[in-house]
Design a binder for this molecule. Sequence first.
Ligand code: FAD
Length: 402
Amino acid sequence: MSDVQRIEPHFDYDIAIVGAGPVGLALAGWLARRSATSRLSIALIDARTPDAVANDPRALALSHGSRVMLQELSFPGDSTPIRHIHVSQRGHFGRTLIEHDEHELPELGYVVRYGSLVGALADAVRATKVDWLTNTSALTPTQDADGVTLPLQTAEGERPIRVKVLVNAEGGFFQQQGPQRDESTENARRSRDYGQTAIVGTVSVSDPRPNIAWERFTSEGPIALLPCGGQRYADYSLVWCGSPDEAARRMALDDDAFLAELGAAFSSRMGRFTRIAGRAAFPLGLTALHTLIDRRMVAIGNAAQTLHPVAGQGLNIGLRHARALTDALSIDGARPLALVHFAQRRALDRRLTIGATDTLARLFTVDFPPLAAVRGLALTALEFLPPVKTALARQMMFGQRR
Ligand SMILES: Cc1cc2nc3c(=O)[nH]c(=O)nc-3n(C[C@H](O)[C@H](O)[C@H](O)COP(=O)(O)OP(=O)(O)OC[C@H]3O[C@@H](n4cnc5c(N)ncnc54)[C@H](O)[C@@H]3O)c2cc1C
C-alpha cells in the first residue's frame, strides 16, 4: 500500500444552480424533494431576490403538462385556464380550433404571471434545505477532472465555491452573460435574428370570450392574445410581433391610436380593444447551444435555448429539461455521466420543439399569396385530420417526455 494518502477533494456543494428564475427554482425544488434518498447538497445562486420580480406582469402560457409537473411544488393561485385555442391568419381563409375536451383534459393550459410563478416556486424552495444565495452574481467558472470552481460576487467581495456539477439556468434573451459565455461557446450557438420585435402588454376588450387563447398570423408576425384576468374575463395578455421599425412606431403611439391599429390587425372577434397597460418591447430571435453539456457543466432553460414566443414553448421546454435533469442527477449522482444521460434523453424533444417553433415563426410570416393559400389549407386540413391535430397539440402540451 502506498504511504502517500490520497486527500479527498473538498466540495462546498454537490450541485450549484445559477439562476433562480422559474427553471432554476423548479430544478432546485424537485432536487431537494429527492435529496432524502439522493443525499445531494444544493446551492441556488441569483443576482437578485424573488421580491424584485414580484410585480413582473409578463404573462406566460404554461401547458397542462407543465402544470402537472409543477403541482408537486406549487402553482400560482391566480392563473387563468385556457380551454380553447383559436388559430387563424389575417387576410386569408383557414382557421383551426383546439378544444380541451378533444384531448380529455380539464384545461389545455394556463396563463400565469411571471412574478406569481416565481413567488409560488420560491415559497416551495424556501421550505427545503437548498442553500439559497441571493444578491450573489456568478462569474466565469473553470472546471477540472474533479469539479468546478465558481467565483461568486457579493456585496462583501468575491469568493469561490467548489462544486461537482454546475447548472447554468441564468436565462437571458439575446444578451447572455456569465457562465458559458465566452468566445468558444459563442461559436457553439445556433442563432437566428427573426427581424421581429414583440410588443407585450395587457389589453381589455369590450366583448370577451372567456378561456380562449387566440393566435392570429399576419404578414408581419403573429399576434397572440392570452386570457389573463382570472375572474376579470375582459383582460388579455398581448404579444404582437412585427418588424422592428413598425414596433418602434407603435410603441410611440398614444393608447387610443395603438388600440385602433391592434383592432384592425386582430379583427373584431372580441369587439373593441378598450385599454392597454404595461407596453414593453422585446427583440425576437432564436439562440440555441449546439450541446447542453460540457463535462461537469450543463445549461437549461433560456440559457440553453431562447425561442420565438409564437407557440409559447420557451418555459415549457425549460421545465421539461429541469425535470429530466432532476431524474438524471438523482439516479446517477452529481457526476458527468448524469449529464450525458440527461442530454441523450432530451435530444429528441429539444430538436422537435426548436424546429417546430422556428418553422412556425418563419412560415407564417412570408407574405407570398400561394404560400398563404397553402397555410390556409393546412389550418383547415387540421380540422379534418384529428390524429394529426392531436399529435400536434400533444407535442405542444407535453413535448416528448421519455
Ligand atoms: C414576449 C415573450 C413572451 C413569452 N411567452 C412565453 C409563453 O407564453 N410560454 C412560455 O413557455 N414561454 C414564454 N416566453 C419565454 C419565457 O419567458 C422564458 O422561457 C422563461 O422566462 C425562462 O426562464 P429561465 O428560468 O430559464 O430564465 P429567467 O426567467 O430569465 O431567469 C434567469 C435568472 O438568472 C439570474 N441570473 C442571470 N445571470 C446571473 C448570474 N451571472 N449570476 C446569478 N444570477 C444570474 C437572473 O437574475 C434571473 O433570476 C416568452 C418570452 C418572451 C420574450
